[in-house]
Design a protein around this ligand. Sequence first.
Ligand code: 8YV
Length: 312
Amino acid sequence: MRQKILMMGPIPAAQMQFLEENYAVTRLWQEADPEKALGGVKDDVTAIVSTAFGKVSAKLINALPNLEIISHFGVGYDSIDIAAARQRGVVVTNTPDVLTDDTADMGMALTLAVFRRIVEGDIYVRSGQWAKKGAMPLGRALRGRRMGIVGLGRIGQAVAKRAQAFGIDVAYSGRQKKDGVDLPFYPDARALAEASQILMVCCAYSTETHHLVDMPVLKALGREGVVVNIARGKIIDEQALIDALQSGLIAGAGLDVFENEPDVPSSLCRLDNVVLQPHQGSATHETRAAMAQLVVDNLRMYFEKAEVLTPV
Ligand code: 8YV
């Protein structure tokens, strides 16, 4: 009998086709009545393919008596109740490394966009204001600025490399100082913000990092400061960020992620000192294909050899 896979969201077409051809697939996110669809397959499901946008709760895990593996499409797996999976002995895999460069590029793209007013400039040209009003107000230089990276994991380190190539001084914060890393370390986000003009959020989301960037951290960053978030929306207290941006407590923000995606507060959308993206860090053809291939390879290896490539 073919293995039964419950899919929580889409993956690119080529790998989707492979799954459809080799397994029995239920596309839960497309079902009109997901509860009913789940009821019909729950005893047969042996694998879940999850994405950042469909929660894999303890309730779901425990409703699937034969679940063996969750193959997650993404590096951040905060949408999965890992404790519940572990308790049940369910294997969990993610897609690290393949998305590191693109996500770091997005961090730099947002930084450049805010400092050099790229989106405002684009609107200025398209709307004919250039011809009517003349030159646009000036942006700010990146060279010589200080960037504080919150979470120097794979993506944080890739951002550090890029930032240094732009002539930016880099420091970082995290749970502990990294061995072999020759960058200034600050034990907490507030101290890092105080020493920085760009606060680059790259850490994983957990109860520990929930609202790690709050009003005191934003105040410490100060009036010249810019926050960039390429990690998870809930790491920043979004309302505090909006207040800080509206009142000029900080200078700007570049955000790829939000607290309640895909809902972005209209008060944030009205600000012109922010640049917003719809969670696009890994969103290139090349990277999404590599992520999807890893999802498929983890499943295939698990079912064929009881091994996986990238366990969590
Ligand atoms: C999403 C991401 O997984 O890797 C992550 O942690 O947030 C993204 O790459 C992607 O949007 C697909 O859900």
